[in-house]
Design a protein around this ligand. Structure first.
Ligand SMILES: Cc1ncc(COP(=O)(O)O)c(C=O)c1O
Length: 457
């Protein structure tokens, strides 16, 4: 079906589905209205308005793979707080850890008795030998970049066009007409981010080699599969080239596994044998509690010790925040690593994701749409392109805000919450087979409506 026709159908659907959403949520509408007196834009975090709904649904309860809004609508959640709740809302071992941590003190700026076990678990699970904690993945990326600059003595950073690594100034750039420029819409950005950051297309080995040639780049910061611009898989051999070229240029490789931790136990790096110098994870690593981790090789750790000694060791390093490494974080990390983020959890997630992938592909074919389904483990993305996209330019060309909004709203009205900003389905171990099948059936209904075809049963 032609894109223009599809967009026209999508606009009509949005109109109808918006009314359905409104009619079912008088309490959410009123609660949102009430909150405008206290919050900027009526929400505690401005991007809570970036859903394709006329106002946000207000959540009463979230547990496992389900949300209930304050109007009593039950919704199967495959957004999962955009990965923060990847292992399901409120996993029992994390809730237990929270309860116990509360009685033992939440934060002391001293290690708790969980520290040794957590350190050991991080090394075993993710491979790198030395770790530190932060509160968010944004923080962890900032700290890891700082370390990369400290140990290489270089200022510049390389990222891939279309990346998102959190609220980290150095990474908030776009590649426009071959130039790296500060991302449009950044608030209060007073310096030209293109001065110290180079952005190149993902999967472009020649551009990478050229950018690294001057040997002035401290680190390449990359997601192993780009998940924030549609979903862009690495081309065969790209990771091997990335590692070879960074090593040859004396540039460190910082892998951000915050989303690709969906791949399997140990994340994409462990499953696919990458060899990062630095690694970052946040979001679901503490089962939904604000904690992030960043790890480094022994060589970086040794070099950092020398630098710290030369600088006399103490004072403000620019790394760390007061609540990082707290007893609360350690307790939740331990519970999550030991009891939630397990081989068995990933097995269930993969099995459900297999089912959903097959079902979505069949629905797309039945509707006669030229879309693909990209996937990294438990994370699936519907891409409006007949072939997998190779870089951000292709991903942007394939995207359509209108079709995306129609898909999201229609799915939500059928009881399934997709992730905003893209067409992402994340599978938690709490998602039942029945819920996965329901999701597929809803998707078949919506794609059928969009394409004006009756989907195959
Ligand atoms: C790959 C990646 N890294 C880091 C972050 C930042 O996470 P947070 O917002 O929790 O700091 C995000 C957020 O979406 C992300 O997608």
């Amino acid at each position: 079906m032609e894109r223009a026709n599809l967009e026209a159908r999508a606009r009509a659907l949005i109109e109808a589905e918006t009314e359905v959403f409104r009619a079912r949520r008088p309490r959410s509408a009123a609660a949102h209205e009430e909150a405008t007196s206290g919050f900027f834009d009526g929400v505690p975090q401005h991007w809570m308005l970036d859903w394709p709904t006329p106002f946000p649904l207000v959540v009463d309860q979230a547990s496992g793979a389900e949300l209930v809004d304050i109007d009593g609508n039950r919704i199967v959640d495959v957004c999962l707080g955009d990965t923060g709740a990847m292992f399901g809302h409120g996993p029992a071992p994390v809730l237990e850890a929270l309860k116990n941590a509360g009685t033992r003190g939440l934060t002391t700026m001293l290690p708790s008795s969980d520290a040794a076990a957590v350190g050991r678990l991080l090394v075993e699970r993710f491979g790198l030998p030395r770790w530190q904690l932060g509160a968010t993945a944004s923080d962890a990326n900032r700290f890891a970049i700082r370390v990369a600059r400290a140990v290489t003595g270089r200022a510049k950073l390389l990222v891939f066009d279309g990346c998102y690594h959190g609220a980290v100034d150095d990474t908030l750039v776009d590649l426009v007409d071959g130039r790296t420029v500060s991302r449009r819409n950044l608030l209060g950005q007073v310096r030209d981010l293109g001065e110290l950051t180079v952005s190149i297309p993902f999967n472009d080995e020649a551009a990478l080699e050229k950018a690294l040639a001057a040997q002035d780049i401290a680190c390449v910061l990359a997601e192993p599969v780009m998940t924030n611009c549609g979903m862009i898989p690495p081309a065969p051999g790209f990771h091997a080239a990335l590692r070879r070229l960074t090593r040859a240029a004396g540039t460190l490789l910082l892998i951000d596994e915050t989303h690709t931790i969906s791949t399997g136990l140990g994340g994409y790096s462990k499953v696919h044998g990458l060899e990062p110098d630095l690694m970052v994870m946040g979001k679901p690593i503490g089962g939904g509690v604000p904690v992030s981790v960043w790890g480094m090789t022994q060589a970086i750790s040794d070099r950092l010790h020398v630098i710290r000694r030369e600088q006399s060791g103490h004072g403000h390093s620019g790394i760390g925040t007061t609540l990082s490494g707290s007893a609360l974080q350690l307790a939740c990390l331990r519970a999550c690593l030991e009891q939630v983020m397990t081989e068995e959890a990933y097995r269930i997630m993969q099995a459900r994701a297999d089912r959903i992938e097959a079902g979505f592909k069949a629905a797309i074919a039945a509707a006669g749409l030229d879309w693909t389904v990209a996937r990294v483990g438990a994370r699936l993305e519907v891409v409006f392109s007949p072939v997998p996209v190779r870089n951000a330019a292709e991903a942007r060309a394939a995207a359509s805000d209108t079709i995306e909004a129609a898909l999201h709203l229609s799915m939500l009205n059928l009881g399934y919450l997709l992730t905003p900003f893209h067409n992402m389905v994340l599978v938690s171990p709490a998602l039942s087979e029945q819920q996965a099948d329901g999701l597929v059936a809803a998707f078949a209904t919506v794609t059928g409506r969009l394409a004006e075809r009756r989907a195959a049963a």
